[in-house]
Ligand binder design. Sequence first.
Ligand code: MG
Length: 219
Amino acid sequence: MNTHLTSSKIWLFDVDKTLYPPNNGLFQEGNKRINRYLEKHLQLDPSAVNSLRKEYMEKYGTSLLGSIKEKGLDGNDFLHYVHSFPLNQYLTPQPLLLSFLDNLPGKKYIFSNAPQKYISEILSIVGVQSVFTKIYGIQSFRFHGKPHVSSYKRILHWIGAKPQHCILVDDMKINCDIAIQLGLQAIWIDENQRYNDYYTEILIPCLAQFLSTQEWELH
Ligand SMILES: [Mg+2]
């Protein structure tokens, strides 16, 4: 193995539904809280909130950015409300994931549309915080996160990396598609897959399969 080449690879990990299972209730709780926040602050009924969120997702990539741009809502207040609930009810330590990520060649960063404090708490409960060199949450991008091209360009600039050296790991296809358009590689962790054990049946095998196809690993 050419260690120089392997160590030059840089991993950009999403968090929500990538570093934990999509069906464990955590993301769904956050989603409910977004709806409640918008119902309250925009005085809308649930069906109006659903259609507004759909519109904002298409136009701005996130409900958060649409709410800031079109309704003047306070982004930090929005994030605080949506992410303030006990995360340890949904997550457990994952020593196997820690061991796998520890052995993955190259630096690892978090590139997420979630706020930094929430990300840190998730990493800490899952037990993988030591793996990541730095966390880039949504505030780092002034709320313009993925799939905005500017967020990819910013993170590449901050970490001093060329697109061809980076691999995005994300559950949203649009985020992976934009990464590939910009010259990064991407691993799509498909949220629609059904499985019993997320880490051993989906996430780790997806990463391992990707590694096995990489010429840089085999040189
Ligand atoms: Mg995600």
